[in-house]
Design a protein around this ligand. Structure first.
Ligand code: OSB
Ligand code: MG
Length: 360
């Protein structure tokens, strides 16, 4: 990566990424990406658990018979397989892209996307000092980003947010993401954040703790956004049972794929809950999926969908993902499938492990 990315639970300096190449019986093929990291600091899943899950259970399941339509994948893959949502998503989302390629249609159109461009924000990791963060915030705004998200943790929050707010000015769209770093006790001072006019505070508490998030929501003026907690349509319904005023970060990889991601989008649209597209430091392949999803109509808040150059010296797709000076990324709506070419030679050079699975 071009720079280290620090969240409350750990730093990422380089990424070993699990890619899949999927081919159907007619020889149509596409690529997909598993969003899991190398360590279980964001989710229990890692690339190695995903490798195992796909090799042992999910791969054989999808190869065991014909798939009439990608909408059938979510149910087929989910039956009798608990968890492993990121592994499942890598296959499920690939199925949608394969279908789009077959139909000579862009993934955005296949999913029901309507936007030609998607609004982009930057996600800045925890920095060594508030001053360094302030400088990064300013350059992000100057580059055109439409939202600045900064990572926080207990001990690196108020000072950093104050510096960011000061650097950006009073009205700039600023938010913070804690990646579950707070507990009920350490969250007591989070009401002090209300002074900074944040768009939202993302995932302050544990992933499985909707109840305490709801209680915290009712004591803050700053809206609470859920990321790690939202793993399905049903979990989103549970969130709604605690009332309104939420915001939802949708990462298709975190919810098992596009069927669930679009379902969550639709539910939030009906319920008046704003949504935006999260990111997991994807390569240009995973990014194609996030861009397609963010083109759906209810993605009304700028997402974590930065251009390739924000993450990589060289991406593995052509063209690389770019952002214009107004913070917009173009959705390749007139190109079939993912809308980018995979740099196969570069992928080959970076490959450290490989497995081929075929239909019986
Ligand atoms: O919480 O949104 C998060 C990256 C890795 C793991 C978790 C998160 C993130 C980001 C990065 O915030 C967003 C991006 O891809 O730019
Ligand atoms: Mg997050």
């Amino acid at each position: 990566m071009v720079e280290p990315f620090a969240i409350s639970s750990g730093v990422t300096t380089s990424r070993r990424i699990f890619l899949l190449e999927l081919e159907d019986g007619d020889g149509v093929s596409t690529w997909s990406e598993c969003v899991a990291g190398e360590r279980p600091n964001y989710s229990a899943e890692t690339i190695d658990t995903a490798w195992w899950a796909i090799k042992e259970w999910i791969g054989p399941r999808v190869l065991s018979g014909s798939v009439p339509h990608p909408s059938a994948l979510h149910g087929r893959i989910g039956r009798g397989i608990r968890g492993h949502l990121m592994a499942r998503a890598a296959i499920e989302m690939g199925g949608w892209a394969l279908w789009a390629a077959r139909e000579d249609m862009s993934l955005s159109r296949l999913l029901g996307g309507t936007r030609e461009t998607v609004a982009t924000g930057i996600s800045l990791g925890i920095q060594e000092s508030p001053a360094i963060l302030a400088a990064k915030c300013q350059s992000a705004l100057a580059a055109g980003y439409r939202k600045v998200k900064i990572k926080i943790r207990p001990g690196a929050d108020i000072e950093f947010i104050a510096a960011a707010r000061d650097a950006l000015g009073r009205d700039a769209p600023l938010m913070a993401d804690a990646n579950s770093a707070y507990t009920q006790t350490t969250a007591e001072h989070l009401a002090d954040l209300d002074a900074f006019g944040l768009m939202m505070l993302e995932q302050p508490l544990a992933a499985d703790d909707l109840r305490r998030h709801a209680a915290l929501k009712d004591t803050l003026a700053t809206p609470i956004c859920l990321d790690e907690s939202i793993t399905s349509v049903e979990r989103t319904e549970d969130m709604l049972a605690f009332g309104g005023g939420w915001i939802v970060n949708i990462k298709p990889g975190r919810v098992g794929g596009f069927t669930a991601a679009v379902g969550i989008h639709d539910l939030c649209r009906r319920s008046g809950i704003p949504v935006w597209g999260g990111g997991m430091l994807e390569s240009g392949i995973g990014r194609a999926y996030n861009v397609a999803l963010a083109s759906l109509p209810h993605f009304t808040i700028p997402g974590d969908i930065s251009p390739s150059a924000r993450y990589w010296e060289h991406d593995i797709v052509t063209p690389e993902w770019t952002m214009d000076t107004t913070g917009m990324v173009t959705v390749p709506r007139d190109r079939p499938g993912l809308g980018v070419e995979i740099d196969i030679d570069r992928v080959e050079n970076l490959t450290v492990r490989r497995k081929v699975m075929r239909a019986p």
